[in-house]
Design a protein around this ligand. Structure first.
Ligand code: ASP
Length: 436
């Protein structure tokens, strides 16, 4: 019998995972069973993805940059990438503000629900506040200082230091462009082959994706708090989800107008990356798959994808910035505060910066939300209000983060003439069948 395509199998894994999680919560000891015997497979899957993220960035970025041949091309692409990233992020925050001011979800939270939520989650919220405080205490140029590693081996051992690895790879790539081609050749050939190996590893890991997401979702379901809390926060969640859906609409429109690709084709192309973003809640863990999808299925040249996507995974988080705008105003509404236009414009700025600063890992957007709240004068304890429902919403905003990076990579590729019309449709699914 013919196997269904990969994204369908991943989806099936997700559905079965949720059902399995629900089933196991029905009897005593079920939760423990899932934690002991199912969850570890999800962890192994995420670890495997993270394991290749650093080598992938190093290999593909060095190769991508050194293929550019001259540095002016690099600065052209860099300028466009950053420019489009900032524009889409500001758009996302604005959509978030528009939604939350239209639906006003915070006003529907009853006084006693608010108090209950604050009481239940205040210690968790305090933890996030402490992390955010540390980040805030750093000087204004700390982000710049953090960009330059003092030891590349140390930088690559810390998955949180993706920007440092990107910096090193760019720097190394520039060096390769500047030395005589015959000297550069063996190094380039090495990274070329290195890259191929990593891409093959992604193929292999993706074979396990349906099982990996099954385990992740089953574990998530058994660990999630009670349904009542979700219900109280329903309006907030719906407002945010509508905003996120609109943002995907914005990408589709931009791509339709500028790249002339049908939204359905784009979405189909990156579906496995989106599903993985949803299951892992981490743009960084999803990065290898995002790269493979845009290169193999959407025709973005490797040179562009290897430059735009790793940078995007760390600094371009449209879903996160949209979420921060909605969450900040929601909390203000729940506490009966009316935010002035000035305060809301301030949110556009701080949410843009906070999403750039957020790490591409689960829950990072919430840590940075503390900074947005502080800047706008909204009580930080309000974090406790949204805690219960943050994980599922994190999963959704990560989908938008990854979709945004992919869309921008297509736009940048188009703008520098590096978008192939007919990407050779091979790889995963065919490949998967062969390997089965
Ligand atoms: N989980 C998100 C990501 O990895 C960041 C966030 O928490 O918003 O893209």
């Amino acid at each position: 019998m013919k196997k269904p395509p990969l994204h369908l199998r991943i989806m099936l894994g997700m559905v079965l995972g949720v059902l399995c999680g629900i089933a196991f919560t029905q009897f005593e000891g079920g939760v423990q069973l899932v934690s002991d015997w199912i969850k570890p497979f999800g962890t192994i899957f995420i670890n495997a993805l993270k394991l290749i993220a650093m080598p992938l960035i190093l290999g593909s970025l060095i190769k991508g940059v050194s293929d550019l041949k001259d540095i002016s091309k690099l600065s052209l692409m860099g300028g466009r990438t950053i420019g489009i990233y900032i524009i889409t992020t500001v758009l996302a925050v604005s959509i978030g503000l528009l939604m939350v001011n239209t639906f006003r979800p915070g006003t529907s939270i009853a006084e006693e629900t608010r108090e209950e939520l604050v009481a239940t989650y205040s210690s968790d919220a305090a933890e996030k506040q402490a992390v955010a405080k540390k980040q805030k205490e750093a000087g204004p140029l700390q982000a710049l200082v953090d960009l330059v590693p003092d030891n590349i081996f140390k930088a690559t051992t810390e998955n949180g230091n993706m920007l440092q690895v990107i910096f090193f790879a760019l720097f190394f790539g520039i060096g390769l462009i500047l030395i005589p081609p015959e000297k550069a050749k063996p190094v380039k050939d090495f990274f070329d082959a290195f890259n191929e190996v990593i891409l093959k590893l992604i193929d292999l890991i993706m074979m396990a994706a349906p099982y990996g997401v099954f385990a992740l979702l089953a574990a998530l379901v058994v660990e999630s708090p009670s349904l009542d809390l979700f219900r109280a926060l329903g309006m907030y969640a719906i407002t945010l989800l509508i905003g996120l859906a609109l943002m995907i609409g914005v990408y589709s429109l931009l791509l339709r107008l500028y790249v002339k690709i049908k939204p359905s084709k784009f979405l189909q192309g990156i579906a496995p990356a989106q599903l993985l973003a949803f299951s892992t809640s981490s743009s960084a863990a999803t990065l290898p798959v995002t790269m493979e999808r845009v290169e193999e299925h959407l025709g973005v040249d490797e040179e562009v994808a290897s430059f735009v996507l790793p940078i995007g995974a760390t600094i371009n988080m449209d879903g996160t910035s949209l979420y921060q705008a909605v969450a900040a105003v929601f909390i203000a509404q729940a506490f009966g505060m009316d935010l002035s236009l000035g305060a809301q414009l301030g949110i556009i700025l701080t949410a843009t910066l906070a999403s750039i600063g957020a790490a591409a890992v689960p829950g990072a957007g919430m840590v940075m939300l503390v900074i947005v709240l502080g800047q706008a004068g909204i009580p930080e304890a309000g974090l406790a209000l949204i805690f219960a429902i943050d994980r599922p919403l994190d999963m959704c905003r990560t989908v938008v983060n990854v979709t945004g990076d992919s869309a921008v990579s297509m736009m940048v590729a188009k703008s520098v003439g590096k978008l192939k019309k007919n990407p050779k449709e091979k790889k995963w699914d065919d490949h998967y069948k062969k390997n089965d």
